[in-house]
Design a protein around this ligand. Structure first.
Ligand SMILES: [Zn+2]
Length: 301
């Protein structure tokens, strides 16, 4: 699982910082999470192939989380995309994007499929053999969802030495990887665990931006490997955080602790602070594995 932060600062794009967008590579998928202004440039800078992105998830319709989307959709047309592009986001996103295309008479020549979200509880919104994506209900000034992305359990790994030692034909390998035992020609039963190794445990990632602190979030992200939680402010501005429906670094750490996650990534920093290190220091007072998102930073988990 590899996470590339394209942008992680609140509000406006600036010379050296970008609004929210991240790319999650997980089990063969490349997902774009939020698409703030400048996302295309950041994708190019960090060498993410546009054509490999088939699913885009938008948390909410504040500009710093989706103003990069119309441009990205338009560029895909210019690049001659033919395959489907799926957009998941709050109701209204289809109207916003199609109005821009209509006014410019610039419809896509590839299928653009909107999945508009209106649910108030967690909802499964995408699933295939490799991953699942569910919403995480958040509480912000407008309707907002985070996204919980989970790998599916991989097939068992073949123990080639053991399989060869028993002289098992290659035709049985697929069944063995699917967990089946093998009966040899002489009737001996070879248990699957002799022939395979456990697959790597499936990874999970939770993306929570933007939101005020709510206890429910911990319930929704219980036990995930990696939690990205916004921390627009420090605890010294807790009142402002509550007023603007954002969270502090301390509150993000509280959720990480309550939910027993392995790693916490902070981001969506207000630009009022001189150093983002302050966010890490604050969160580390109650949770050990704190990382700072920063534009261009890549995490391998
Ligand atoms: Zn917002």
């Amino acid at each position: 699982m590899r996470l590339t932060i394209l942008g992680c600062y609140a509000a406006t794009p600036r010379t050296l910082t970008n609004p929210t967008a991240q790319v999650l590579e997980i089990n063969g998928h490349i997902l774009l999470l939020d698409c703030g202004e400048g996302t295309q440039v950041q994708l190019r800078k960090h060498k993410v192939k546009f054509s490999r992105i088939n699913h885009i998830f938008i948390s909410h319709l504040h500009g710093d989380h989706f103003f990069g989307l119309p441009g990205f959709i338009s560029t895909m047309r210019l690049l001659g995309r033919e395959k489907e592009l799926h957009i998941y986001g709050p109701k209204g996103i289809k109207e916003a994007i199609t109005l821009l295309m209509k006014l410019g008479d610039s419809w896509t020549n590839y299928p653009l499929i909107f999945h508009e979200l209106t649910g108030i509880g967690p909802e499964l919104i995408f699933e295939d053999a490799k991953i699942s994506v569910s919403t995480i209900p958040l509480s912000h000034r407008i309707y907002t969802n985070g996204f919980l992305i989970k790998e599916k359990l991989a097939k068992r790994k073949l123990n080639i030495e053991a399989v060869e030692a028993y002289g098992i034909d290659i035709a049985y390998y697929r069944n063995i990887q699917n967990g089946k035992d093998v009966i040899l020609d002489d009737g001996t039963l070879i248990s699957n665990n002799v022939l395979t190794y456990d697959p790597a445990p499936p990874k999970s990632y939770a993306f929570c931006s933007d939101t005020v602190y709510t206890k429910e979030t911990a319930k929704y992200v219980e036990g995930v490997d990696v939690l990205y939680h916004e921390s627009t402010f420090l605890e010294s501005e807790a009142q402002l955080a509550t007023k603007t429906k954002h969270a502090t670094a301390m509150q993000a750490a509280k959720i990480a602790k309550q939910a027993n996650v392995k790693d916490l990534i902070l981001g969506h920093y207000s630009t009022r602070y001189k150093s983002i290190e302050l966010f890490k220091q604050e969160a580390e007072t109650i949770f050990a594995n704190v990382h700072l998102a920063d534009d261009g930073r890549v995490f391998n988990f």
